[in-house]
Design a binder for this molecule. Sequence first.
Ligand SMILES: Cc1cc2nc3c(=O)[nH]c(=O)nc-3n(C[C@H](O)[C@H](O)[C@H](O)COP(=O)(O)OP(=O)(O)OC[C@H]3O[C@@H](n4cnc5c(N)ncnc54)[C@H](O)[C@@H]3O)c2cc1C
Ligand code: FES
Length: 281
Amino acid sequence: MFTIVEKEELASSVHRMRVEAPLVAVKAQPGQFIILIIDEKGERVPFTLSDWNKDDGTVEFVFIEVGRTTRALAQLKEGDNLAHLIGPLGRPSHIDSFGHVVCIVSGYGIAGMVPTIKALKDKGNKITTILQVPDQKNLFGEEKLKEISDELILAAGGDGGFTNPTALKPLRKLVERHPKEPIDRVIAMASFCLMKLCCDITRPKEIPTYVHLAPLMVDGTGMCGACRCVVEGKNRFACVHGPEFNGHLVQGWDVLMARRCTYADEIIGQQSFQCSSCSQW
Ligand SMILES: Cc1cc2nc3c(=O)[nH]c(=O)nc-3n(C[C@H](O)[C@H](O)[C@H](O)COP(=O)(O)OP(=O)(O)OC[C@H]3O[C@@H](n4cnc5c(N)ncnc54)[C@H](O)[C@@H]3O)c2cc1C
Ligand code: FES
């Protein structure tokens, strides 16, 4: 059994959960995720690791209430048990000494990117983080990101949908100053729309840009094919080949967005965290 040892509400419908999972904690690396099942009738749902502790054997993730399972998860309390939790899954984020790294986060990426930013900082990179939130009410993670980044830019005030996500404005400004003030890498863990548009901005200047793809996943081990995406003309499974991919080589963003929205019909528009175009958060 996987006991919930901490649970905290970070913002409206956003929760941080810490669970006992010693075998996961001992192997976890930045950018990886877990899949959990609440009870014997539950569905498999993936969440990105936002922290872990090898010593006390716990792992942490932040989740947003968007559907049946995440709402049920929000009802659980400290001391309750989850039926299953597997991981760490996926390839870790590529960590190296790049120079100046710009990180773009929205939705669960605000917490999910924290281990990657910390590891990049430990490697001596200069980190500029752009944090996109719809409004002040839904702001979380600001203090943590400020603490681990050299500069934090808050892009608040509506996601702007596919045409104008707020995080793009500061990114455009930074990219305009490149290469005079160089950017060596951009990493985004955000909605599909925002990540695609970030790639469009950085492509002309050939700034390496990496995105965390979160298509629908079922088994998380490369067997079912649910999470397939096309990267550089090849079929790739986000759960085993990703979730981090070179964004300039990702093809078929429109298909990825459409498939991710498949089960979102009844909740789309109700969640201020959701991108109004691709419904991801
Ligand atoms: C690699 C990865 C990492 C993720 N990390 C986080 C995280 O750290 N925090 C967080 O809040 N969310 C994360 N998600 C999304 C999270 O898995 C979904 O929000 C969750 O599965 C929704 O389940 P539900 O039953 O509440 O909603 P449903 O009503 O089933 O669906 C609501 C929405 O969630 C999407 N969804 C449903 N099931 C899955 C699934 N198995 N895989 C992917 N998307 C799904 C649907 O397309 C739909 O748009 C991640 C997804 C992936 C693939
Ligand atoms: S979730 Fe089944 S192949 Fe990736």
